[in-house]
Unconditional design. Structure first.
Lengths: 205, 205
DNA sequence: ACAAACTTTGACCCTAGAGTCAATGTTCAG
DNA sequence: CTGAACATTGACTCTAGGGTCAAAGTTTGT
């Protein structure tokens, strides 16, 4: 047996890690499409072409699996926003607009159930709820930093930072509900209008 | 047998109507507190001090009962807004602010699950979904009319009417999530900030 | 090749909660 | 008072879906 201590992760470990990531990605897809309640472990298993039992080999239960899946989805989402070129250069106005536009487009196109995503059952144990909350914070930070920079530079003016961010997130989560069935140019127009509307929240009087 | 035709509703009919209203009120309470999924018919029955079977004497199933309950809740909510004195007099700005404030306070205090209210399962039959949609429209009209009046008088300026209303509703539905655990003055302050933030959506540049 | 570790299976258990219904109250008209 | 209409019960069925596990299958190191 090769020495597996000293932080060395063997092929087996990496294999396991890959499998877990596959499962999480698939679960995240489904949860993003339909929300927690509407996704059963059999759905997840079916899309992975395995049986439900296998999932329990990697996760102790549905809660843990879904929490981890939501984290995966959220981290992916956040890093896509962070790595958006237009969100890294130019005025705060340009950057915020780019962030809002991208966020809303990801929501509409990939996560129609975005609204349900963070709407975890209130019966969940504190640990999972904390993890989800932290995820929101990480995600929130992307917008918050641009907003505060814009405030510092005098480009923006707000009543208060928190409710402004909350309004933005609320509206963006709802976007799939409003624009989900629109297509093509019509949808683009609706999304642009939404972004412009949200930009009013930071406009100087 | 007394002639029950010719539109005459007898005592029995009225009795039945009252009972139905009791059931709907109770169901609406529960759905407003916890949302559709988290409310079972046994919960509703228990709060009414009857058994589940009785509910099936008045309603063919959970969907119909809950749809009707949501309608009851929504109509009640709408009419409370409509009958708000401050929403009927003064400038559009004053009226809109009053509406937003009242709406958000009703949500936080009475319907913590407001966010889940209109989030009906996508598996529901078209009929129920239509009824819910119409309910939203009725409710929307209260805000829409004040908004268009403000636009006509030049008090307001918006990117477009629909996304503006959508943002307002989205943010207000989220309010219980943000401010639900705050108490007293702190909560009041948070709600006022929220309302002021939303007023920026209609502010003239 | 072979055993040990790892992975997957599918049959199984269990519970929550929707929905049914014959039997049993209850109310009311005549 | 009495029968018919109305209302309620509680015990029942049925199903979806979470969770368990021994057995079988696969991979890996030597």
């Amino acid at each position: 047996m090769a020495d597996a201590s000293a932080g060395q992760v063997g092929r087996v470990q990496r294999r396991r890690g890959r499998r877990i990531r596959e499962i999480l990605t698939t679960a995240a897809e489904l949860v993003g499409e339909r929300g927690y309640d509407a996704v059963s472990l059999e759905d997840v298993a079916e899309r992975l072409d395995v049986t439900k039992g296998s999932l329990y080999y990697y996760f102790p239960g549905k809660d843990e699996l879904v929490t981890a899946a939501i984290e995966t989805l959220g981290d992916d989402w956040t890093s896509r926003l962070e790595s958006l070129p237009a969100a890294r250069e130019g005025s705060a106005t340009r950057r915020l607009r780019a962030l809002l536009g991208e966020h809303v487009r990801i929501a509409v196109r990939e996560y129609p159930a975005a609204l349900r995503l963070f709407l975890v059952p209130s019966t969940w144990p504190a640990e999972q709820r904390t993890r989800i909350k932290e995820l929101r914070l990480r995600h929130d930070r992307v917008f918050r930093s641009v907003l505060t920079e814009g405030l510092a530079s005098g480009e923006f003016a707000v009543v208060a930072v928190d409710p402004t961010l909350q309004c933005m997130h609320a509206a963006m989560s709802q976007a799939p509900v409003w624009c989900g069935e629109l297509r093509g140019a019509e949808q683009e127009r609706a999304l642009d209008e939404l972004v412009d509307t949200l930009m009013k929240l930071v406009a100087r009087g």
